[in-house]
Ligand binder design. Structure first.
Ligand SMILES: Cc1ncc(COP(=O)(O)O)c(C=O)c1O
Length: 423
């Protein structure tokens, strides 16, 4: 559920009309709804009420400082995958002891920084990384809490580029290697290996892969404890999907997911860590874009808008589907025409929607690309020397620009001429 709806015939974010924001900010822009973000945290909290569970928002999904500060105030911890994300989480006011550091390629400098901050735990993904972390922690005279990320070889039945729990994916250590690595980890100085981590993929719309993964996590917990390891926390990752196609793809409700966690892991006496990203931020954000031109193609129409693949990469990167809503509700009543919604970037893959039956949009009209709050602005770039897309946060009847559109001077000024080209 989200708080983007038509009021008096015009699409609003909470109580703010999108044309009002567009008039002030220009297009394209991302628009986030505070009420939606907070609601999703509360829905998860309620689902896990009675379980010892900690929600760590996956910063990679949306790392805007205003979004992170909203999450921090709602009480969420954070899951980060780089020193940059860790710095963002800390700057947004997240206590270090609610931060988990994941990722396959942490550098020694990043490890040292995170240890200096006193984060809760590292999710370690390989034997060499385990040894590196041990050396860094020992060198600093501190102990790093660790969960090994175990790859359960479970098919999450999601898009290949967001499936992470199959043996052919780069993530984690093989399930069958886990007992040996936990035994080795116990001999290494500077480590307190007391957790297990699994994350099998993203945009998962079926509980079955989770059920399989949790069962394996349970078996491994019991096996490791039997071998004398103290396993205190289980990080079950993120991955719960969102309804990109409205009522046509309804993911499991957080209540069902939480019930599954309770059933599989509830009696183990371990604290559960969750790393939701998309489920919290996905439909809390939209991309608003303006139609530039309408072009008749052979057999279909091209609606050329001012938003592009550099602003929202998901359609071309993952063949992702985003609903496109007219900002004027009256357009919904008109006839539909087959069309592609494309941007100005010089790439065939530059589209926001393809082969859709949508209203016959007209130049200068505003459109909203829905469910774009996760993995949207974070992946934006300046390809084609387009200005980085701005972000706006709405809260009730207020809105604020939370990442301004840079100027061309800002953008071009990042480059430097070498001395031999200066004169
Ligand atoms: C380790 C890890 N945790 C959590 C997430 C967040 O996943 P989602 O946004 O699907 O909840 C990801 C996403 O790729 C991830 O790699």
């Amino acid at each position: 559920m989200h708080y983007f709806a038509y009021h008096d015939g015009v699409l609003h974010a909470e109580d703010v009309s999108l044309p009002r924001i567009a008039a002030e900010v220009g297009t394209p822009f991302y628009c986030y709804s505070t009420a939606t973000l907070v609601r999703h945290v509360r829905v998860l909290e309620e689902a896990f009420a009675g379980q010892d569970a900690v929600i760590c928002f996956a910063v990679k999904a949306n790392s805007n400082q205003a979004v992170l500060a909203t999450m921090a105030r709602a009480g969420a911890g954070m899951d980060v995958v780089s020193e940059g994300e860790l710095r963002r989480a800390r700057a947004a006011g997240v206590p270090a002891d609610k931060i988990i550091f994941a990722g396959v390629g942490k550098s020694r400098e990043e490890m040292a920084y995170a240890l200096g901050e006193g984060i809760f735990s590292f999710n370690v993904e390989s034997e060499p990384e385990l040894r590196a972390l041990s050396e860094v922690a020992e060198g600093l005279g501190v102990t790093a809490r660790v969960a090994l990320r175990v790859n359960p070889d479970v098919d999450a039945k999601t898009h290949a580029k967001i499936s992470t729990g199959k043996s052919e994916n780069k993530f984690g250590i093989p399930y069958l290697d886990a007992p040996r690595l936990y035994a080795e980890a116990r001999t290494l100085p500077g480590l307190d290996v007391s957790g297990i981590h699994m994350h099998i993929g993203s945009q998962i719309t079926d509980l079955a892969p989770f059920r399989d993964a949790f069962r394996l996590m349970r078996d491994l917990t019991l096996e490791l404890r039997g071998a004398g390891h103290a396993i205190h926390h289980l990080d079950i990752g993120g991955g719960l999907g969102v309804p990109y196609r409205g009522s046509n793809d309804v993911p499991p409700h957080p209540d069902e997911y939480a019930a599954l966690v309770k059933e599989a892991l509830g009696d183990l006496g371990a604290r559960i860590y969750l790393e939701p990203g998309r489920m919290i931020a996905g439909n809390a954000g939209i991309l608003v874009t303006r139609v530039q031109y309408v072009k008749a193609g052979a057999g279909k129409r091209f609606t050329i808008v001012d938003g592009a693949m550099n602003d929202l990469l998901r359609p071309t990167l993952y063949e992702a589907y985003h609903e496109v809503w007219p900002v004027l509700e009256s357009r919904l009543a008109g006839p539909r025409v087959l069309q592609d919604i494309v941007g100005p970037v010089c790439e065939t893959g530059d589209y926001l929607a393809i082969e859709r039956e949508l209203p016959a949009f007209e130049p200068f009209e505003l459109l909203a690309v829905m469910t774009a709050g996760a993995y949207g602005a974070v992946m934006s770039s300046t390809y084609n020397t387009r200005l980085l897309v701005p972000e706006v946060l709405v809260d009730g009847s207020s809105f604020a620009v939370v990442r301004p559109r840079p100027s061309y001077d800002d953008l071009i000024g990042l480059d430097r001429l070498p001395p031999w080209l200066e004169s």
